[in-house]
Design a protein around this ligand. Structure first.
Ligand code: PCA
Length: 327
């Protein structure tokens, strides 16, 4: 029903004294699939976003969060929002890099390796991917980075050679390629399945944030965390534009304003998370290693090769993006 019609009925209902009943039955509820568990800071941020929207709309728009891939599996979430099966959803932005290289910019090894660079990269990337998403009837609401990605292993890693042959967990095509190029053997595994994958010997190492490492209790299955700060990949929350247009002006405004707040809050949470979760790894006995020069030189060499390939696949659009980033 159109928002105007909904309001008219609501007003009439209120006049005849069944206001609260009518308000609850005409409230819109948006189901929102997200890929990561409830305690992940991204999910905590999204829960706050939903609370803010509900408050600002006086309860006329509710967002019901289905975390940890419980409504749609992670690789299905973007398609579900695109197809209108759900109005809103969160996913790992670089999962779309097979559609256009611009989506994968934030996962390029050693391109943006701290929060300041990540902010600059997002500023350069946002207009490009907004256009691409628009063609899919999607609109970005906010995007938040994971802490810098580090290396989790069962032994000390002194150089790229030490990675050869290790079974590695991967979470996107870029990491899969990186892992292959350093001579390791990648397998795609979602976050909720990490402990099981290590326990059953499917993988023996991974590259991820201190956040995901600590949340997965990495000390149960690895001994060393090497702080290589390789990249800061982002999650993104997108809305289906048709669903957004069905909202009243007030509701649309509430969503946009809560989204802007969530983006700001999320970046701050992410930065704090880097310190607190690295400390938790240490407290639980993980050896925190500052990488050797030899290891970093070797990894960066692979990163340089990957960026060359990325430029080829990203074409003039990608070149413009990189230029804007490096300005
Ligand atoms: N955690 C997610 C994405 C990047 C990160 O830090 C993962 O490991 O899949």
């Amino acid at each position: 029903m159109k928002p105007l019609g909904r309001k008219l009925i609501l007003t009439v209902a209120c006049v005849v004294g069944i206001c609260s009943f009518a308000a609850s039955s005409f409230a819109t509820t948006w189901d929102m699939p997200t890929p990561y568990p409830d305690k992940t800071f991204h999910t905590v941020n999204i829960i706050q976003f939903a609370t803010d929207v509900e408050k600002a709309t006086g309860g006329s728009l509710k967002i019901k969060i289905h975390s940890a891939g419980s409504l749609f599996k992670h690789p299905e979430i973007s398609k579900a929002v695109r197809g209108g099966q759900v109005p809103i959803g969160e996913f790992f932005l670089s999962l779309l890099s097979n559609e256009n290289a611009a989506f994968g910019t934030d996962s390029q090894p050693f391109l943006a390796t701290n929060y300041q660079e990540a902010r600059k990269l997002w500023a350069a990337q946002k207009p490009v991917i907004t256009k691409l998403l628009d063609k899919q009837n999607l609109m970005p609401l906010f995007s938040v980075p994971w802490p810098p990605q580090g290396l989790y292993t069962k032994k000390m890693i002194n150089s790229v050679d030490d990675l050869k042959g290790i079974k590695f967990r991967a979470y996107n095509a870029t990491l899969e390629k990186f892992t292959n190029l350093v001579g390791a053997a990648p397998t795609q595994i979602e976050v909720p399945d990490i402990p099981q994958a290590f326990a059953t010997g499917r993988v023996d190492a991974m590259i991820t944030s201190p956040s995901t490492g600590a949340n997965s209790k990495a000390w149960d299955f690895i001994t060393h965390y090497t702080d290589i700060q390789a990249w800061l990949p982002k999650n993104i929350v997108v809305v289906n534009k048709r669903a957004f247009r069905k909202l009243s002006q007030t509701e649309q405004q509430a969503v946009l304003s809560a989204a802007a707040t969530a983006e700001k809050r999320g970046w701050e949470m992410s930065q704090k998370e880097t310190t607190t979760k690295t400390a938790i790894l240490k407290k639980n006995g993980v050896i925190i290693v500052t990488p050797s020069k030899a290891l970093m030189d070797g990894l960066k060499k692979v990163g340089g090769q990957m960026l060359k390939d990325w430029k080829k696949s990203a074409g003039p659009e990608g070149e413009a993006l990189l230029k804007a980033y490096r300005k």
